[in-house]
Design a protein around this ligand. Structure first.
Ligand code: PLP
Length: 374
């Protein structure tokens, strides 16, 4: 039996009648940009996150860059962020002319190593941009304490953390703002590209609203040079069908993680841990494995979808060669990138599929014994 990395068709099958009706209804309305669907989704998503405002945007990257522009960042400014994120986090920073200042990660949580955070703050630091990687929130008590003491705003990259919680509060509600992505495979995904900015700061929300819509404050008045970075009506309507299911999907992912923890007892494989105080929503189920590359080949040969998030740290990407950060700059990140592998994870995964993946991992380390015993 092969096991896909994700299977969005199963989710659609479960939603089909409501989704088909919704999509056709929106097309029938003949209103596609900045209408009721976007407005209502924004209200519903803001309420879900526990903030005052949500602003629908065209992607997670747009959400990130619009907030950094709204905060007024530009050349000479520094933003602290981890080097093991999806590259969009860094692109948002450099796009507005600012410089990413990377801080190495904690080998257990894969999030920013908060013991190294304060030393990275300089007089030019204009924001801390933590990433709740794989759906596990950063330890926000420590991060917010450092940020408050040093007077630096926190802006969350919550693109992998829809519904994740830190001490019962949802990701996205801790900083001055947060950006979410609704890329199809995210925990809440639309049928194309989409994203949102959330914030409880009225002025910041208004700036982001203007920036996403060609810098327009009222019809044909453009006080700033903005973008075309709007969430469209069809995607907003799709998201409105899906949002009420998000918590049960996240519970499904946590169920799969629990099944993995029971089935995957292999000393060569370190399972993800959940920080006390955090509710991990397993956007990605990332394990650390000995002989990772050979394991990956073994899994692929058996039809198991497995990926690496991410194989090349941002500071080692060609796009950021100009930062001059040689191999060895962030040893924990670099070592982690060589050892991690993401196993199949989606809410609809069956127990049999989890066992199949676990058996395939075991057969790699046990020279086929586990496979025969199955
Ligand atoms: C997906 C993602 C983004 C970018 O989102 P897009 O919608 O693809 O632009 C940014 N940061 C992180 C951590 C992500 O996972």
């Amino acid at each position: 039996m092969s096991v896909p990395f994700v299977d969005l068709r199963r989710q659609y099958e479960a939603l089909k009648p409501a989704m088909d009706e919704t999509v056709l209804r929106v097309i029938g309305k003949g209103m596609f940009i900045l209408g009721d669907e976007v407005e209502r989704f924004e209200q519903e998503f803001a309420a879900y996150c526990g903030v005052r405002h949500a602003i629908g945007v065209a992607s997670g990257l747009d959400g990130l860059r619009l907030v950094l522009r709204a905060l007024g960042l530009g050349p000479g400014d520094e933003v602290i962020t981890p080097p093991n994120s999806f590259i969009a986090t860094a692109i948002a920073i450099t796009d507005c002319g600012a410089r990413p200042v990377f801080v190495d990660i904690d080998p257990e949580t894969y999030n920013l190593d908060l013991a190294k955070l304060e030393a990275a703050i300089t007089p030019r630091t204009r924001a801390i941009l933590p990433v709740h990687l794989y759906g596990q929130p950063v330890h926000m008590d420590v991060l917010l304490d450092v940020a408050r003491r040093r007077g630096v705003p926190v802006f969350e990259d919550a693109c992998q953390a829809h519904g994740a919680e830190w001490r019962g509060k949802r990701a996205g509600s801790f900083g001055v703002a947060a950006a979410f992505s609704f890329y199809p495979a995210k925990n809440l995904g639309c049928y194309g590209d989409g994203g949102a900015v959330v914030t409880s700061d009225d002025a910041l929300a208004e700036k982001v609203r203007v920036l996403r819509h060609v810098g327009q404050s009222e019809k044909y008045k453009h006080p700033v040079r903005g973008y075309n970075a709007r969430l469209d009506e069809l995607q907003a309507a799709v998201l409105r069908v899906k949002l009420p299911k998000l918590d049960s999907w996240n519970d499904g992912r946590r169920r799969v993680a629990k099944l993995y923890a029971e089935a995957l007892r292999v000393p060569e494989v370190r399972l993800p841990s959940e920080t006390p105080g955090a509710k991990h929503i397993y956007h990605v189920y990332c394990v650390r494995a000995e002989r990772r590359d050979a394991l990956l080949d073994h899994l692929k040969a058996r039809g198991i979808g497995a990926l690496i998030h991410y194989p090349i740290p941002i500071h080692r990407q060609g796009a950021y060669a100009d930062l001059g950060l040689a191999e060895g700059s962030f040893p924990v990140t670099e070592r982690t990138a060589r050892e991690i592998v993401s196993l199949p994870m989606f809410p609809e995964m069956t127990e049999a599929e989890v066992r199949e993946v676990a058996a395939a991992v075991q057969s790699f380390y046990r020279g086929g014994e586990a496979a025969r015993a199955h």
